[in-house]
Structures are given as C-alpha cells and as structure tokens.
Design a protein around this ligand. Structure first.
Ligand code: URA
Length: 216
C-alpha cells in the first residue's frame, strides 16, 4: 500500500439524499424489498463520495462538433471487497456506478469461545498491488470483523485501502483506528453507542437480516 498520512480520517456523508434514505432504512416497519432498494441506492451515493479523490487524465476525443481533451479516470483498477454477508448489500449498489470494478469476498465468524474473528473464506483478485481497494460492511459495530478483514486485505498489499459502512459506533471507530489509523472510514452516520450485545444504537437492527429477510 502506498504511504498514507496516519490521519485517522472519518468522512461522514451528510448529503440529504443519503440521510433521507438512511432514515427509511432505520425504520423498523421498512420491508425487506424496500430496505434492499434503499441500501442499493445509498451505496451508489457512498461510492460517489469514496471515489471523489480518484485521479483523472486527459485524453483526446472528438465530439460531433470539435476535437477536445477530456478527462477520464486514470487507472480505474478498483476492487470492492465485501465482508460477508451484509457487505454484499453495499457491494451490489457500488457496482451499479463502478461496473468494471473487481470484487473480493471475505467471510469471518466469531469463535464462540475466544470471540476472535476466524476467517472461513477469502478470495480477491491476484493483482491487488495495482488496485484501489474499498472494503465494505454496513455496520462498524465492535469493529472486530472490520479490523480482521482489513488486516487480511493488507496482507495482499493493495495499492490503497478505504473502508465504507452505513453506520458506525464511536467504539467501532476507535477500535478500527487503533489498529488501522492509515485507513479512512466513510460512513453515513456515527450513532450513539453499542448495546451489551454489540448492536449499534439507535442503529437499524441486524443489517444482514434486513437485507436478506432472514429474521425469524
Ligand atoms: N451488526 C448488525 O447487523 N447490526 C448492528 O447493530 C451491529 C452489528
């Protein structure tokens, strides 16, 4: 990874469209299909923000009227790494505006005895050293999974690394940046706190259950 300043950056995306959609995702009566659509739309907007600093280069083109030099993205080697399973909700939306992005997946479960995240799946492109990498998970709660996921992704030596979530807890941000001060966080909201079970308050509940409709 290229050297980034250890600035512990947290970008809260306060755009009214993001905040409006987030409110409807939070509401307990929002249906699975509506939640899924809103997450997809919000993820497109988050992708717009997280790519704001991507470099562009000028290329020569001809419009029907005249030749000109016009900007295109330089490099364009992006990979979105989804932390299973809820990360897939964000990944799908981001792919709508980054259709050429490559996709990676990481699966982690929490060992019930040690509470340490254990990896059960990991697949990313082989050329990570040329890829700007966006790791996605809707909820930065305790931060344990995100910390472990970023650790694993760092071991593949990506060109750059950013983390995108929908909601973050103050505890999660602290834990994340204690381990990875060099990785900027993009989120739509920093909520109040975690409850005793590690859920974000006020939050939106279990993001995976809400995307996939698996709450019993
Ligand atoms: N994961 C979730 O899905 N929701 C939370 O509030 C915390 C972790």
């Amino acid at each position: 990874m290229t050297t980034q300043t250890l600035a512990k950056q947290v970008h809260v995306i306060k755009h009214p469209l993001v905040q409006h959609k987030l409110t409807f995702m939070r509401k307990k009566e929002t249906s699975t299909s509506m939640f899924r659509s809103l997450l997809e739309e919000t993820s497109m907007l988050l992708a717009y923000e997280v790519t704001r600093d991507m470099p562009v280069e000028l290329v020569s083109i001809e419009t029907p009227m005249a030749p000109m030099k016009a900007p295109i993205l330089a490099g364009k080697k992006i990979v979105i790494v989804s932390i299973l399973r809820a990360g897939d909700g964000i990944k799908e939306g981001m792919l709508k505006i980054l259709p050429s992005a490559r996709v990676g997946h990481i699966g982690l479960y929490r060992d019930p005895k040690t509470l340490v995240p254990v990896e059960y799946y990991f697949k990313v492109p082989s050329d990570m050293e040329i890829r700007d990498t966006i790791v996605v998970d809707p909820m930065l709660a305790t931060g344990n999974s995100a910390v472990a996921a970023i650790e694993r992704v760092k071991s593949t030596n990506p060109k750059s690394l950013k983390f995108v979530c929908l909601l973050a807890s103050p505890e999660g941000i602290r834990g994340f940046h204690d381990h990875h001060p060099d990785v900027p966080i993009y989120t739509a909201s920093i909520d109040e706190r975690l409850n005793e079970k590690g859920y974000i308050l006020p939050g939106l509940g279990d993001a995976g259950d809400r995307v996939f409709g698996t709450k019993t």
